[in-house]
Design a protein around this ligand. Structure first.
Ligand code: HPA
Length: 231
């Protein structure tokens, strides 16, 4: 047992999908998994293990932001997880990204100090697992999905004071913003696990557009199917 996950070794599959929202973990289990067992309800942060196409997989809510995700990732690797695939939403920083497009994150710049603290204020470059990234990209192409592969920004701040804050990052090629991946990639590296973040665009900092709740859910499930193809 770990502090925030009421599972023991063997309860968690080698591959874990990590949505931020625990209700999305439930939706993934209900929609895609066979023989799903809920192994965690602590703090409402639902976790399930089941089968997809005969392969064992877990899906664990991570919560929002790097401190929350870090707690779950540390405990999951302690319970034996070897591949961690975050499935989430992002805000577009580039005009060519449309609502519902898929972003696969090569790397994650950040305004967070979470990794700098661990590295005594030197900079670590959080990077995706190449094998997972290549597999997800090729499968996205096979499925004719609108997919963009590149760097993202993991922020501690959802509501920035300056509405133009994103432009600096956009000028350096950052595709989109979310709030977890810089910590996920660093922790995966530390624990010799593989990690990948796959996101669907839910809003645009460039145009101010926001996807409807229905479209968000539809796009989220389409992206999750792509993630499940990699287990
Ligand atoms: N900012 C930060 N995180 C996000 C956003 C955003 O606009 N959209 C989805 N996750």
């Amino acid at each position: 047992m770990s502090i925030h996950i009421s599972a023991k070794k063997g309860d968690i599959a080698d591959t874990v999908l990590l949505p931020g929202d625990p209700l999305r973990a439930k939706a993934i289990a209900d929609t895609f998994l066979e023989n799903a067992v809920c192994y965690n309800e602590i703090r409402g942060m639902l976790g399930y293990t089941g089968e997809f196409n005969g392969k064992r997989v877990s899906v664990q809510g991570s919560g929002m932001g790097m401190p929350s995700l870090s707690i779950y990732v540390n405990e999951l690797v302690g319970l034996g997880a070897k591949r961690l695939i975050r499935v989430g939403t992002c805000g577009a920083y580039q005009p060519f990204l449309k609502l519902g497009d898929i972003v696969i994150a090569v790397s994650a710049s950040t305004d967070s100090n979470i990794n700098n603290t661990a590295f005594d204020h030197l900079n670590f470059a959080p990077t995706a697992s190449f094998n997972l990234l290549l597999g997800a990209y090729q499968e996205a192409q096979n499925r004719s999905l609108e997919v963009h592969v590149g760097p993202i920004f993991s922020s501690d701040i959802f509501y920035q004071d300056d509405p133009d804050h994103f432009r600096k990052w956009a000028n350096y090629g950052i595709l989109a913003v979310e709030m977890e991946t810089a910590a996920l990639y660093a922790l995966a590296a530390k624990h010799k696990a593989e990690a990948l973040t796959i996101l669907t665009v839910s809003d645009s900092l460039v145009t101010g557009e926001v996807a409807s709740h229905q479209d968000r859910e539809k796009n989220f499930l389409k992206m999750t199917e792509l993630a499940l193809s990699q287990i």
